[in-house]
Design a protein around this ligand. Structure first.
Ligand SMILES: [Fe+2]
Length: 178
């Protein structure tokens, strides 16, 4: 289950309360249960996937995004696989772990593992959201945020983009306080 930490030391664990808190920033969070069919279960369990295996997993979840594609105009998708055995993991993580914005939405459907998104509200307050497999998040374009792995050091997330070539992080220099 998702967990939201606020700066006052408060923790929000009830999904409807988390959604309310995030909606103030325009962020959507939904629970999309994963059906671990015999076909995809081994792919979900794997630490590293090749491009063919990634595509197989992506196809298994394509239908879920039909509505989002129509509504938000997403044109491209990929699967990000992060695990302690992925070569160059620490350098990869450095792209996401500092406060940044971008002109595209940040759309993630976590299909394996866990991770943490930090958000900076327009008033400067920060919050940290832990997400796990079966959770979908849409962070609107230009929202200041960051992403880190947690102690599991493992996540697989489907990403959607309106323009994959245009995904460029603008680092804001805000220090993350979590
Ligand atoms: Fe981002």
């Amino acid at each position: 289950m998702a967990l939201l930490q606020l700066e006052a030391g408060q923790t929000v664990a009830i999904l409807s309360d988390i959604r309310l808190e995030l909606s103030r920033l325009g962020i959507e969070l939904a629970h999309w249960p994963i059906e671990r069919t015999p076909k995809i279960a081994p792919l979900l369990a794997a630490e590293i996937l090749n491009e063919t295996q990634k595509e197989e997993l992506l196809c298994a979840f394509d239908e879920r995004f039909e509505d989002q594609k129509r509504r938000y105009g997403y044109q491209a998708r990929d699967l990000v696989v992060l695990h302690s055995s992925v070569p160059n993991l620490e350098n990869l993580l450095k792209i996401f772990d500092k406060c940044h914005t971008h002109a595209d939405d940040e759309v993630r459907y976590i299909i394996d593992g866990t991770g943490r998104f930090g958000f900076v509200a327009p008033d400067g307050k920060q919050m940290l959201l832990t997400v796990e497999a079966g959770e979908y998040i849409r962070v609107p374009a230009n929202t200041e945020h960051w992403f880190v792995l947690d102690e599991n050091r493992r996540i697989k997330a489907v990403r959607y983009f309106t323009n994959k070539d245009g995904w460029v992080a603008n680092y804001t220099g805000t220090p993350a306080r979590f």
